[in-house]
Design a protein around this ligand. Sequence first.
Ligand code: ADP
Ligand code: GN1
Ligand code: MG
Length: 362
Amino acid sequence: MAKMNFTHDVRALAGRFQLAGEFLQAEPFGRGHINDTYRVTTGHGLRTRYILQRLNPAVFPNPAAVMANIQRVSAHLSRKIAGEPDAARRVLRLVPALDESPYHRDAAGNWWRVYYYIERTRAVDVVETPAQAFAAAQAFGQFQKLLADLPAPRLQATIPDFHHTPKRWAALERAVTADAANRALKARAEIQFALQNQPLCRVLLDAHLPERATHNDTKLNNVLLDDATGEGVCVIDLDTVMPGLALYDFGDMVRSMTNPAPEAERDLAKVEMQFPVFEALLRGYLAAADFLTPAEMNLLPVAGQLITFELGLRFLTDFLSGDIYFKVQREGENLDRCRTQFKLFESIRRQEPAMSRLVASF
Ligand code: ADP
Ligand code: GN1
Ligand code: MG
């Protein structure tokens, strides 16, 4: 099962990086589904905190490409906001290893990196207020905007076809056929649902939208909100920043920010798209993302449906494959996550006319 591995020698690993002062303590940190994340504290009088992370080897086939993208993106963002208030907290900053490299490879071949911990912020898993959605969406919109003039070459595709929904659908089909974990019977209804909705898969691909440098994993807890003001301080989790569509990012915001229930909620009655939250996030996003083409604007109301359906496919595929990609705490969690996504997708689809009216008013 894909689970957090607590057996790492975190003290020794931290010692491979240029941290200020002595190692004091470390603890597993955050609720990401992919990497192994620790918060490390060093120093005595003056303490400094860091994020130490192991890149998930089952997810990233080319860690060097991930790190190269992150270096380019963070350097570009830093240049663009240099001199602005609070600039140091607004961009993820890597701490070099002892040999000046941006990562350390351990004896087992794992890739480790360290970021400065962004103080006085929090990552929110489940939306609490429309204002949070506004703030988070504005931060992601600003992120896209700042990357619009990233100098060539094109970013590398760290996970090829990450949001190619027809390929995600085909992967599900293969997982159903293989039924590697002998679970297909438990997911009959969900497999059927995926089949019925296959035509949705091409909706963005067929629209010939402009390629941009995008984040691709814009869930609410991938932006840190300021403790005092609630503003979006820093976009994090840059592993999937690569060429993509603006609407992949917008779609994942709709998916992750408008649902008042956790991703693995079992009471599906609690899962729905809250329209006032959608409205706040649309306003926040468009306050920053002022570069969208008319075709992109027109498709804003379907982006959330597509990405929510796509993630449902991905959770279902992983359930059928035996939980090899997303971390799980219990058996059946990926199936529960699939169910919430499919329920949310239906809720978003039902509200499409109202979403379209709202988008048209901008
Ligand atoms: P994953 O890919 O597993 O989601 P993330 O990079 O998103 O990994 O990190 C997991 C969590 O750790 C985030 O949701 C956030 O709570 C926390 N986190 C990551 N980087 C930082 C940072 N630089 N400062 C503060 N918190 C962070
Ligand atoms: C993963 O890494 P994290 O937890 O922020 C996943 C996203 C999913 C999300 C669902 C690299 O995001 O694509 O939308 O889980 N990241 C990767 O919660 O696959
Ligand atoms: Mg994350």
